[in-house]
Each structure stands twice: as C-alpha cells, then as structure tokens.
Ligand binder design. Structure first.
Ligand code: T1G
Length: 684
C-alpha cells in the first residue's frame, strides 16, 4: 500500500499521505510527494494541488529513526523545492500537528489552511538540531523575525488561531470534518490567480527587522538556553535569513544543521525523545488490558506534597477530596492551592475561569468516610511506616471494592504497606516530586502483588495529568533516590577529604545541573528530620543545625545567604568540616574537579546498573527519564546511563576502581563490568 496516493477532484490534484502513526516524512513519503509534484506539473487538467494527510495528524516531521543512517533520495529540501516550484498553486490542508519537516513542507506550499485545533511548530531544537529543510529561511520570510525566532529557538508549537494571526495560515476551516473539501474549494479559488506567494522569495516580513532583534533575544533567553548548543545555531540561521539572500541563507542552514545532527547533544536529545515514549510501555502487560475509570480522587494530607498532587488532578478536571486531621491544616492546604492557582492566573498562564473551575472541584474534609466512593486515594502523610500502615488499614476498611490505594512514599517498602491491607493487589506507589504540580516525573512503584490493571491504569492516568511515568520495582529509594543516595555519599566523603561545598556544587553546575548537593540541602533545610533535643553534635549536620545553620530559611547553612538568597562560601562551615576530618583522622587535601565529577557521577551509573540487574527498572532509558524529569540531570547529555555510554563503560569501571579506596562499600555491578568488557552500551 503506497504511503502517498493521488486523485483528481475537478481540476484539483489531491495528494494524500497515509503513513501511520504520525505521517513522518520517511523516504517513501518523500518519493511519493516528488512523484505527485511531477504528475501535477505534467498534467494540464490539473489547475491546483492540495496536500493532505490521513490519520490523526498532518506530517509530524522528518522520520527521526532515519537519522544517522545513509541518506535516501530525494531529500526533504529537494521535495519542498519541487512543491514550491510547482507551476500550479499548492495548498496544504493541516489537521493535528504540522511539525518540523511537516511545517517546512507546508511553508513550501503556496497556501496553508487548517482546522482551529491544529498546532504548527518547528520542534527540531528539542532534538538538538534546527529546521534543516528551509524552515529557518522560509518561516521568518512568512511571519517576520519577531514571531519566527521564539518558534524556532524554543520549538514550542503555536495553535492555529495564533498561526493565522501571524500570517502563517491563509484560512481557518471551522468545520473540522470539512477540511478536505474546504481545501479543494480554496485551491479552485486561487487557481485563477496569476501569481502565488512563494515563501523563499518573500522579503516583505524581514525587511524591517531591527538590527538588535537577535542580541535582544539572546539576552532575554540566556538563562533558559544555557548549556544547549542548538538554540544559538537556530538564532544564527535566522540571522542569515535576514542578512543573506535565500540561496546563501539555505546553505548556512545546511552547514549548521549538519554540525548539530552529528553532535553528541542531538544524539542525547533524540535518545530522550524515544526514551520518553519507551517508558510508557510495560513489557509484560497485555496491550488490550482494561483501564479503570478514575472519576474522583482522594488525597490524604494537605501539606506541600498533598496540595501539589491535588492540583494535578484538579487541573485535569478530576474532582478531588482532600482529607486532613485538623481544620487549620486543611484550611492552610486549600489556601495554598488557591494561591498557587491565583499566581499562575496573574502570570496569564491560565484564566480566572480555569482557577474557579479547578477550585470548585476541590472538597476539603476531616472525615475519611468522604473518600469511600473515590476511584483512587493517594496518601501523602509523614514518612513513617507505622503511620502509613495506620492510614492504609483505615482506607482498607472504608474504600469501595475496586478502588486504587496509592502511597506517595519516597523510600518506604510498598510491599509492606500493601500487606497492611486485605487488598494488596490494589495498592501501588505513586511517587510525585516536589513541587508536585510542576515536576514532570511520576515514579510508579509496582508492588509484588500490584494487579496489572492497577498498574496500567496508573500509567494512563499519568499521561492524563501530564506526567512522565516511569515504573520502578520495590527497593529502598526506588530508582531516583537510591541513585541520589550513592551520589550524596560521595559528596559527603569528598567534603571530609577537603573539597569545599561550593567546589563540589560548582562541578555539578558546570555539568549542567540546576543545583549541587549542598545548595539542595540548604534549600530543603538541614533540619529535615533533625531533632534538637536529641542532637549531640555527632555529625556535621548536627553541628550546623545546633549553630543555627539550618539552610536558606535561616540565612545560613552550608553557605551564607544575603537577603536576596545569594550564597557565599562559609569559613565557619569549612572549619567545622575540617574539625570533623581531624577528629576522624582524615587528612584533607586539594581535590580536582575531574575527581569530584567522577566520584559523584560514576557511583550513580553503577547504582543504575545494579537497579537494572535487579529488574527494578525495565530498561536503562527509564533510569535516564527519572533523572531528567525528577532530578534536573541536563537533557543534552541524555541522562546518567546514556551519558555513561558516551563516556564509555570501561572508563566508568576504571574510574570506580581508581577511586576504590574512597568507596569501600561500593560493589561494581557485574552488568556494568560485563558490558564494559564487551564494549557494549546500556542503551542499545
Ligand atoms: N519520526 C519517527 N517516529 C515518530 C516521529 C517522527 N518524527 N514522531 C513520532 N514518532 C513515533 C513515536 O516514537 C511513537 O512511536 C509514535 O510515533 C507515536 O508518537 C528536516 C529534521 C507528533 C506530537 O520533533 O512531537 O523534521 O512509541 O507517542 O503523543 O527540519 O509524536 O508508538 O513506537 O509521541 O500523539 C521534527 C515529533 C522531526 C515531532 C504526536 N518533529 N513527534 O504525539 O504520539 S525533525 C518532531 C511528536 C525534522 C526537519 C527535521 C509527537 C506528536 P511508538 P507519540 P503523540
């Protein structure tokens, strides 16, 4: 079955693509489009052309699975040139998403019509590349630099209405089912015109580009784009669209594209693209498993986590009942939710109507009985096993049969919690990350008795609330916190051996993390779980807390903070640490950044390998998804396991062995050693 078919309607050639699931512009599609353009050019009966797609979307871009493989002709730029140079007007009929090469095809067309629900964008930068089929040259010529730059540099799509307003679309087709007919009518209408707009030959929208437009954009977006290579290349390509004739600009685009597509960052970001989709798949679950409806959710605990978790469901239109022990705690929790929504509305990200709808779906209660008819209850109470068991015992006695009982524990044994009920099959871990309404990661902890249906329902629900879900088996700290503990252990050891908090943090900041371990500790508060009355100055944390250095909230922790929370290293802390080192007979020394980086990150990779060995994670890329979406690992390195593949697993093993004395309790994973010896990688 050819992926491109043509038919003549009146005097219009209708070219239809059908290449599920997203009409990616693979070799067969490109060849089919090229043949269709030749047919249009040579058939006198054809007065105009419509290009449209079957299925859920217009072309969603080049076929990413073809990257890195030998190129197959015709190339996409050749196809788009053929469309643009077609002697008959070509109309793109857009539904779903016109993304990347798909929007570039549409920009090659002389006219574009779309349904209002369509989205148009150039997301290539999210794959560490730039639009490589003329998008950086044609889009500015059609919509101007001011509108084109954010689309190309952020990669975020625009809705059809906005695309129409910026001149990217020629018409909106309100009747979604009537797109094809409307496009054919539009084509017949323009067929009679003597001239048709050709994107690559336009200059009206770029002629008055302010010279400072590019540097202003760089300045305004510097923080967000830090560490990524592709955004700057995108800006340079659009600059070329303004400063060079099209024929030269398109060459500049090509050179920049080639450099990026063969680079490590793009390989990492393409890995991330497929890893995010792979994480949704659970190998041993039947594809047709029935998903349970989640129409009402209960949350136990209105604290920071409970409130953030509730907002995910409220924002997805799912009613929430939130239970607390005391009225003031309940009022405080609901007040924070209201304030969070109001702040988001003030920033114009949601409407007041949306705030009111979300809040109208929130019910507070002091009575567990009000949860009885919920389809799912998530417990977010204090991290103590006894309390968890009490709560689950109570839920077990009141929840309707078939309700899912979930715990938001970050560490505790989900099997033990499940065993405290008479329905362990219906118990699962839903580990959200703070702030839970913002962080994308949801670690779904599969207990030994968790029913497949419960797991599948949780995975589907994660998509509904916009989370990247990763399945973890039961172990202490699951995937993320278990690896974090391995890193923290070395961070503390490095401190005792002479590395300073700011030096250790700077190594991770330079690597691309938003924060280092000691900054994180100061943000979370050093007194988390610390009891003053029991403190005997036995640990560095004890002494810091005893001296009032409890973190940002007290203006000092591992760092001193000014009123704007800017941090500076503390001599007092260095003296306290040196004192502990002396007491434990540890000589302090100067430690280089390379050693610090290796000792912080290699043990994490090793822990990741142990997690794979034990089957706690399904695949290495899942571990990468946990760290990218829950712990700020820089996406342009692909995650800890992909990064290790790039560094080389034998280098990781050699590093772990070289620093062996500093990691006496670390066992090097046999999976890691084995793959290193065979020159293999974690990610295929
Ligand atoms: N190439 C190959 N496979 C793709 C693909 C693509 N462009 N897009 C999606 N898939 C696969 C995906 O892996 C999944 O497979 C299935 O389709 C469904 O996807 C020259 C060089 C369109 C918004 O970056 O953003 O054009 O897991 O689960 O949630 O300038 O897919 O089922 O086996 O994501 O409904 C630029 C990428 C390419 C858009 C649909 N285009 N795609 O989302 O489904 S670079 C993109 C998406 C380019 C040119 C350059 C989304 C979607 P599987 P899905 P969805």
């Amino acid at each position: 079955m050819s992926v491109i078919s043509t038919r003549i309607q009146g005097d219009v050639l209708v070219v239809t693509a059908d290449n599920p699931p997203v009409n990616a512009l693979g070799a067969a599609v490109r060849q089919g489009l090229m043949d269709a353009m030749r047919q249009a050019a040579s058939d006198d009966a054809v007065k105009a052309v419509v290009i449209r797609c079957d299925g859920r979307t217009f072309f969603a871009g080049a076929d990413i699975t073809e990257f890195g493989k030998p190129p197959v002709s015709p190339s996409l730029p050749e196809v788009i040139d053929a469309i643009e140079n077609c002697p008959k007007p070509v109309v793109a009929a857009i539904h779903g998403t016109a993304l990347g090469g798909g929007l570039e095809v549409a920009l090659g067309c002389h006219y574009r019509v779309a349904v209002p629900s369509a989205k148009l964008g150039l997301p290539e930068v999210k794959l560490g590349i730039l639009p490589g089929a003329g998008g950086t040259q044609r889009l500015p010529r059609v919509v101007g630099v001011e509108a084109a730059l954010p689309m190309i540099v952020t990669g975020d799509p625009v809705p059809a209405k906005k695309a129409k307003a910026m001149g990217l679309l020629d018409a909106l087709v309100e009747d979604e089912a009537g797109l094809e007919d409307a496009a054919i009518a539009f084509a017949q209408d323009v067929a009679g015109r003597s001239e048709h707009p050709v994107s690559s030959r336009r200059s009206d929208r770029i002629a008055d580009t302010p010279p400072s437009a590019f540097d202003d954009f760089r300045k305004a977006n510097a923080r967000r784009l830090k560490g990524f290579e592709a955004p700057e290349a995108c800006i340079q390509a659009v600059e070329a669209a303004v400063s060079q004739p099209y024929e030269e600009g398109i060459k500049t685009e090509r050179v920049l594209f080639q450099k990026l597509v063969t680079g490590t960052q793009s390989k990492a970001l393409r890995h991330v693209f497929f890893a995010e989709r792979a994480a949704q798949k659970i190998d041993d679950l039947p594809k047709d498993i029935e998903i349970l409806p989640i129409r009402k959710v209960g949350i136990i605990g209105a604290g920071t986590m409970g409130g953030g978790i509730a907002m995910n469901f409220l924002s997805a239109g799912i009613p929430v009942t939130m239970v607390e022990m005391k009225q003031d705690a309940l009022d405080r929790g609901m007040g924070i939710i209201r304030r969070n929504y109001d702040n988001t509305a003030k920033k114009g990200r949601i409407t007041q109507q949306q705030v009111d709808t979300a809040m109208s779906n929130l019910t507070g209660s002091l009575d567990y009985a009000d949860l009885a008819d919920c389809d799912l209850v998530i417990e977010a109470v204090f991290e103590l096993m006894d309390i968890k068991k009490q709560v689950f015992g109570k839920l077990d006695s009141i929840m309707k049969p078939g309700a899912i009982l979930a715990t938001n524990t970050s560490y505790l044994n989900v099997n033990e919690i499940a065993a405290s009920t008479g329905r362990p099959e219906w118990v699962i871990g839903l580990h959200f990350f703070s702030p839970a309404n913002v962080m994308r990661l949801l670690e779904i902890v599969r207990g030994d008795r968790t029913a497949p249906q419960v797991l599948a329902t949780a995975m589907k629900l994660a998509r509904t609330i916009g989370k990247v879900a990763v399945v973890s088996g039961v172990c202490h700290g699951f995937i993320g916190n278990r690896m974090l503990a391995a890193r923290q252990k070395q961070a503390n050891a490095l401190l005792m051996e002479g590395a300073k908090p700011h030096q250790i943090d700077q190594v991770l900041l330079d690597f691309g993390f938003p924060m280092g371990p000691f900054q994180m500790a100061d943000l979370a508060g050093l007194d988390l779980g610390w009891k003053e009355e029991e403190s005997k100055g036995e640990t560095i944390r004890d002494v810091l807390c005893e001296r009032g250095r409890r973190g940002q909230k007290t203006g000092k922790g591992f760092y001193d903070y000014d009123e704007k929370r800017n941090r500076t290293p503390s001599d007092e802390v260095n003296a306290i640490v040196a004192g502990f080192a002396a007491k434990s007979g540890k000589a302090q020394r100067d430690i280089g950044d390379d050693e610090i980086r290796e000792r912080l990150l290699f043990p994490m990779v090793n822990e990741g390998a142990l997690i794979l060995e034990e089957g706690i994670a399904q695949r290495a890329s899942d571990i990468d998804m946990v760290w990218l979406n829950g712990y700020g690992w820089p996406a342009y390195t692909g995650g800890p396991m992909f990064w290790a593949d790039i560094v080389g697993l034998s280098t990781v093993v050699a590093g772990l062995e070289r620093h062996g004395d500093a990691m006496p309790d670390l066992t090097i994973s046999s999976l890691l050693k084995d793959k290193a010896a065979k020159g293999e990688r974690f990610n295929g």
